[in-house]
Design a protein. Structure first.
Length: 156
């Protein structure tokens, strides 16, 4: 997985106004419960497994996957069509789900999953990186509020 500071993303995005951009924020669902039950060391191991899985799922797509904060990652792609971006985000979600990582909470076993919120459009349709991130974050919250383990994308 490549890691960049936010300034690096800004340099990466400085393309032509007609360039297609896609950004998604990925949250590990109920990760605090995982850490509360299994502890920080096991949580770190799980986080690393999810990160590796996401990195592999990126495949040959032109983009950047990076740690964002807490239990979140950020993924930035260029030159990807809207339908392909939806499929890409679904592939990320399915890849983590198919890892079959489990955690216990209140005497029940749960599968580790992710929720994905994204935004897709042309460079000219966004004021700045902060707007891109805010829109993706809104979609992430929509995904999390509708049951988690799903994908929500906003198209400009």
């Amino acid at each position: 997985m490549k890691t960049f500071k936010m300034e690096g993303l800004l340099k990466y995005v400085s393309g032509e106004d007609s360039q297609v951009l896609a950004l998604c924020i990925i949250d590990i669902d109920y990760f605090k419960r995982y850490i509360d039950f299994h502890g920080q060391l096991e949580g770190n191991s799980c986080f690393e497994q999810v990160a590796n899985c996401l990195g592999t799922a990126m495949g040959t797509h032109k983009g950047i996957l990076s740690y964002l904060s807490g239990d979140k990652f950020i993924c930035f792609l260029t030159d990807i069509e809207a339908e392909d971006f939806v499929q890409f985000a679904e592939n990320l979600r399915e890849s983590v789900e198919n890892q079959n990582l489990k955690f216990c909470w209140q005497q029940h076993s749960f599968q580790v999953t992710i929720s994905v919120g994204g935004v897709h459009g042309l460079v000219s349709q966004f004021k700045d990186m902060a707007e891109l991130i805010a829109l993706a974050d809104e979609e992430l919250h929509r995904a999390m509020s509708t049951g988690r383990n799903n994908v929500k994308i906003k198209f400009k």
